[in-house]
Design a binder for this molecule. Sequence first.
Ligand code: G6P
Length: 612
Amino acid sequence: MCGIVGFTGTEQAAPILLDGLSKLEYRGYDSAGIAVRDGEKETEIIKEKGKLKVLAEMTNQGKAVKGTCGIGHTRWATHGEPSAVNAHPHSSDDGNVIAVHNGIIENFQEQREKLIKKGYAFKSQTDTEVAVKLIDYYYKKYSQQPIEAIARAMVRIRGSYALCVMFKDFPGEIYCARKDSPMIIGIADGESYVASDVPAILKYTRNVYYIGNMEIAKLEKGAVTFYNIDSEVIEKPLTEIKWDAESAEKGGYEHFMLKEIHEQPKVIRDTINSVVTEGKVHFDSVNLTDEEMQQIELVYIVACGSAYHVGVALQYVIEALTSMQVRVELASEFRYRKMTLNKKSLVIVISQSGETADTLAALREAREQGIKTLGIVNVVGSSIAREADNVFYTLAGPEISVATTKAYSTQLVAGYLLALQFAKARNEIDDEKYQMLLEEVYSIPDKVEKILTDKERLQWFSNKLINVSDSFFIGRGIDYAIGMEGSLKLKEISYIHSEAYAAGELKHGPISLIENGTIVISVVTQTGLIEKTISNMVEVKSRGAKVMAVTTTGNYFLEDTAEFVCYVPQIDPLFAGSLSVIPLQLLSYYVSIGKGFDVDKPRNLAKSVTVE
Ligand code: G6P
């Protein structure tokens, strides 16, 4: 969380920094700041509490700040409340070292005390100010060389960081250091950029370097040099980013979330086409051989947030198609469980950003235990993509809205294709069934498209939820997994209290919360389980709940029980989740905008959770 941007070149830096930060606001938005230097002059630092637009107004969209070298930051507070003092950039008292930081410095208290004994004073409550002053301390104590000072500080710091540092004695230069927090460096003619994520610089360049863990970079106008922790120069390959700049813009939609919902048919199709040719799934790029797939007994799916919900849905799909056992684990729990992993297992980690701290730690734990790992990842070159043994890239493109939609949908479809391929490689389904199921997967994009053309009824129904304070999502099997995602969507952007329950669990407690007017949204697509879920709907309705259902076309009898029914096209029930989730995404979107909230930037959340 937190977004950082840096620029050095011939153009004015402040407008570029503000523009880059606007693409990173999904990472945090409780305060923002920039530090810009005009040649040899003093660096100017402007920072304020609130969203980026406050900073943009203070600086006349950056035009009021002169200079061609600068760093910027948009904050998601960890240490210290959101305030101008705690906002980045932070500076040493004499302005010798100025920096922005993303991550958490775990031993900041200990380092702070040591620095206080050396005569340093602290203005903010942040861990970042400690890093700044530690670098300043080593700079002054030793050779007055930025690389050496940063390297010495890196050895003392525990935790995670992406740091961009400016030194008074080195105008026009930006120094960067990284450990477990994302950061990329872009290069163009006479200009150099650094950012937490690609969309921030996509408008200016597609040529990027991935700075590795415990590495340092020096940015000059149009040039970058990399160093290891021993201050030795190292070479890095330049990578061309394939995403186009427009894909990170709103493209005429009022909000990124709505745009991303509408992009789903395309990105699902792209993800399918990336591995399916001539009616077969080809996993060459994923690098898993049939032999490897045959030997696996157990699959652990490990993820956070919506990616975890994808795992819950995939558990049903994989277990239905193969004899492999599946365990779905929250990464934040998995990483600290003292368990010996099954040697004949595969750990699948699912992550849009590829940077979620807990998911990354879980991946490392699996690798340490010698277990093969597969990442389902969206961001090319991200930490998880680099560290997993195999990678299946979802082709969702840049996802900006904090509440995920298109990344979720592509993860789900990637999981279906994996499940199908496992089943085939292990001879657990015959060719006919394989082809039939593959056809069904192929039909998903068109069916999603169809749901999206008929959203007015949902918009109308969403008005009924605007004044509701509690809601429940119920379902069985895959419908339960989709309910979990629907419930998360609703609570995270509309701030309505919402819980998802396996419908059969209602009677074990939650039904006592049902009273007149409580909203219950029921997902009912799994043939064989429909009657059972209807019984649960009747139970809550008779206690006063207002019931809505999402079901498959043809199940018109649900109108006898539900006040509002939303139909999705027919599809094999294994893949119904890809369709039933769409109305739930739309519903949450309309409720949020109906309540007047900033749907793309919900309070207290950040898109990429790079701290524990
Ligand atoms: C945050 C995002 C969610 C996302 C989760 C995991 O909570 O708001 O949309 O599902 O992190 O992120 P990842 O990048 O690992 O998929």
